[in-house]
Design a protein around this ligand. Structure first.
Ligand code: MAN
Ligand code: CA
Length: 279
């Protein structure tokens, strides 16, 4: 067995192989000892190699373990980071949703405030207009009364004032045409009934009287003396019934509101004239 102390010598021998002179000077004995060396050397080489391999392997294992550890650590760190990110993401989402809600609430509140203030101003405006309207209605009523009073005060004797017209009823009886002629002479005409109010007004004259209604021109087509068609109609029950024999309208004392009759134009009854006056 070669000790480790001999090793330099062995290497020295190998190194000296090139020097043939030096080699020949050595004794056979000298060569005997190293002759047994190659096997041992191999063994040593193997042992050294194995040792080296072991060291290398150990180093590799250590390296791998450390790598693994650092990777594990890195992975864990990333996991933690991930969790942190998730948590902060959740917080951010919550924060965003809170903000969204706040903005929405703010908008709603602003809108509501606006609507309420608009409503208030509208209510105020409406109330103001109501007051003005009431005032105007009162003024109007006063003015109308004043006007009517004035008109009445200048109403000629024997005439009655109603809604911008003067009316007079005859005290004698004539046929329809003569009656109309009398009215025309007075700057008036036979009465034309345009409304329920006027019809009611005329009911104070408790007489059968001609009115300015006729279908002389076309049988069945009733017209007023001013040429306007009959729109309001207050015929008595069953009237008009006279066909061609009754072509002039009068007011008969039937029920109030339904008193018109078609009568023979030649009969003699009272009549009512109407004269428009400026309102
Ligand atoms: C009289 C006339 C007619 C009228 C009838 C109603 O005969 O005045 O015009 O239709 O009465 O009963
Ligand atoms: Ca009739």
């Amino acid at each position: 067995m070669v000790s480790l102390e001999d090793e330099p010598e062995i290497y020295e021998n190998f190194e000296d192989v090139s020097d043939r002179k030096a080699a020949s000077r050595r004794s056979v004995e000298d060569f005997k000892v190293p002759a047994a060396a190659p096997g041992m050397k191999m063994n040593r080489l193997v042992v050294v190699s194995l040792g080296l391999l072991c060291i290398l392997q150990a180093a590799l294992i250590i390296y791998l373990i450390s790598q693994q550890n650092s990777l594990t650590e890195e992975r864990d760190q990333m996991k933690r980071n991930n969790l942190d990110l998730k948590a902060s993401g959740k917080n951010l989402t919550e924060e965003r949703d809170d903000l969204k809600r706040t903005v929405k609430d703010f908008d709603l509140e602003a809108q509501l405030k606006m609507t309420v203030s608009q409503q208030n101003s509208l209510t105020e405006e409406r109330d103001k207009l109501k007051r003005i309207n009431l005032e105007m209605v009162a003024t109007n009523k006063n003015l109308a009364k004043e006007r009517d009073d004035l008109k009445k005060s200048v109403t000629p004797l024997g005439w009655k004032y109603f809604s911008s017209s003067l009316y007079t009823i005859s005290s004698i009886r004539k046929n329809w045409q003569e009656s109309r002629d009398d009215c025309l002479q007075k700057g008036a005409d036979l009465v034309i009934v345009n409304s329920r109010e006027e019809e009611n007004f005329l009911s104070q004259f408790h007489e059968t009287m001609w009115i300015g209604l006729t279908d002389l021109e076309t049988e069945g087509t009733w017209k007023w003396v001013d040429g306007t068609p009959m729109t309001e109609r207050y015929w008595g029950p069953g009237e008009p019934n006279g066909r061609t024999s009754e072509n002039c309208g009068d007011i008969k004392q039937y029920d109030v509101g339904k008193r018109w009759n078609d009568a023979n134009c030649n009969i003699k009854v009272c009549w009512t004239c109407e004269k428009k006056v400026s309102p």
